[in-house]
Ligand binder design. Structure first.
Ligand SMILES: C[S@@+](CC[C@H](N)C(=O)[O-])C[C@H]1O[C@@H](n2cnc3c(N)ncnc32)[C@H](O)[C@@H]1O
Length: 232
């Protein structure tokens, strides 16, 4: 099970309409290009994992661009995995598969040159264990690449929770009644991450993806949600 106190992802994906799918797939707009740039700079890996892949935007993009790379998209919610498998079959993408895993455990049957996770850790209790199990699945010489919510994000989320009329109206992608529960782990500080906490969990300092990738147009977006890599 996922942490259903935050959001029941199985139910979410089983009933998601097109808007829901877009809202819960932020990597489509924010991450796919950056990931490609990162791979071009650091070397295209033999195997790539997208953990908490949702609709699998990054997984599909990497698999279709790099047919020699084995790509696995992991998620806790079976309905979205089933959709993704069907789409991969329809598109004839042969180097891509989708498996279920529920962080903080990560049941990978192999190691990956890159393990990537985007906008997922904020929903995962025992975030240090999740970082460790994902890092364990990185092959020597590879990278764990992920984004996380820092104290600026937490302050902003708290402001939203305190002022639902201003921030969580009709046009918001979030349900005002469920917002505090959904982001409880972050608002409580339980899975609030920092460079220090990541270093303490993994024994290696994270580094900003922006030290490798030059994208001044989108870099601003990561002030609240740093995008980092941890080399192995
Ligand atoms: C906000 S969506 C992000 C999807 C995708 N990474 C993106 O950015 O487009 C979060 C995803 O994490 C998955 N998820 C939530 N808790 C999880 C857990 N404990 N283990 C694995 N996946 C989880 C959800 O099912 C959902 O697909």
């Amino acid at each position: 099970m996922t942490d259903t106190d935050t959001i029941d992802w199985h139910d979410f994906w089983a009933t998601a309409d097109e808007d829901d799918r877009a809202d819960a797939g932020p990597s489509a707009h924010h991450a796919t290009d950056v990931v490609v740039d990162f791979l071009e700079e650091t070397g295209v890996p033999e195997a790539f994992a997208d953990v908490g892949c949702g609709p699998g935007h990054v997984a599909f993009d990497v698999a279709e661009r790099y047919p020699e790379t084995d790509v696995v998209g992991y998620d806790a919610a079976e309905p979205v995995l089933a959709d993704n498998r069907q789409r991969a079959r329809d598109r004839g993408v042969e180097n891509l598969r989708f498996d279920r895993t529920v962080l903080p455990e990560f049941d990978a049957d192999r190691r990956f040159g890159v393990v990537f996770s985007y906008f997922t850790l904020c929903y995962v209790a025992d975030v240090e264990r999740a970082l460790q199990t994902m890092y364990d699945a990185v092959a020597p010489g590879g990278y764990l690449v992920f984004n996380y919510q820092n104290r600026l994000a937490r302050a902003h989320w708290q402001r939203m929770a305190d002022n639902p009329d201003e921030f969580l109206g009709e046009n918001s992608q979030f349900d005002a009644d469920r917002f505090e529960d959904r982001f409880r782990l972050l608002l409580d500080g339980e899975n609030l991450l920092s460079y220090e906490r990541i270093h303490d969990a993994l024994g290696t300092w994270p580094q900003s993806v922006w030290s490798v990738v030059e994208r001044p147009d989108t870099r601003w977006a990561w002030r609240h949600h740093p995008l980092v890599y941890v080399p192995k």
